[in-house]
Design a binder for this molecule. Structure first.
Ligand SMILES: Nc1ncnc2c1ncn2[C@@H]1O[C@H](COP(=O)(O)OP(=O)(O)OP(=O)(O)O)[C@@H](O)[C@H]1O
Ligand SMILES: [Mg+2]
Length: 200
């Protein structure tokens, strides 16, 4: 796993959202990016997963980097069940491990065999499925954008335990949020402000 961002610049409309932003992430690092609403956290993640193109700058990942992401509101095939969605998402990378996914669903108190369409899921349920799809294929660079949004206390505890397990598995994890998630043991906390990342 390798992620290096050099002089990344992105303007949206008239706003300089990212301004020569630099970041080098170490393998197995748990990194927190904090930033106010509108500071560019989601934009940065969209550039890293390549669903948006930068104006200039470079994002370097190596061939061994397998990115999992939960960015803004997770989008699903709304008229399909959770299982149909997971199967579809996993076929993109041809890595569908039903036993593992089922266990993750159980840990979050979700029924993998629920016949309900995703459209009928609550905000918190969707968020849980969004977290699961970001980690279910053994991704080694995991980007989580406001991952705790909508989670109840029990789910929050499950989430934190899961993150620490992933850290133990040497996964690289970047969590973006506007609030502090102080009970996660981050290796580094950076603030995104005026288009740049700086130590908190
Ligand atoms: N599609 C778009 N059209 C217009 N402006 C946009 C668009 N996407 C992002 N922006 C602007 O870019 C800036 C950064 O947005 P971004 O969503 O990256 O912030 P954020 O840090 O994720 O905020 P939040 O904490 O609210 O999620 C904001 O000022 C936003 O208004
Ligand atoms: Mg955002």
């Amino acid at each position: 796993m390798r992620l290096e961002i050099d002089d990344l610049t992105k303007k949206i409309k008239d706003q300089q959202v990212l301004d020569r932003l630099n970041l080098k992430v170490d393998a197995a690092e748990l990194l927190h990016i904090v930033g106010a609403n509108g500071s560019g956290k989601s934009t940065l993640f969209k550039l890293v997963v390549n669903i948006m193109a930068p104006d200039s700058g470079r994002i370097i990942v190596d061939a061994e980097t397998h990115i999992g992401g939960l960015i803004e509101n997770p989008s699903f095939m709304e008229d399909e069940t959770a299982k149909q969605n997971m199967k579809f998402l996993a076929t993109i990378n041809r890595h569908y491990d039903e036993t593992k996914i089922r266990a993750l669903f159980e840990r979050f108190g979700l029924d993998y065999d629920n016949k309900k369409r995703i459209r009928g899921y609550s905000l918190g349920m969707r968020q849980k499925v969004g977290i699961i799809q970001a980690i279910m294929e053994n991704q080694n660079l995991i980007l989580l954008d406001e991952p705790t949004r909508g989670l109840d206390q029990k789910a929050l505890e499950t989430f934190k335990t899961l993150i620490h397990e992933l850290v133990g598995e040497k996964k690289t994890i970047i969590i973006a949020s506007h609030d502090n998630l102080s009970d996660l043991s981050f290796d580094r906390i950076l603030r995104l402000d005026k288009g740049k990342l700086a130590p908190l």
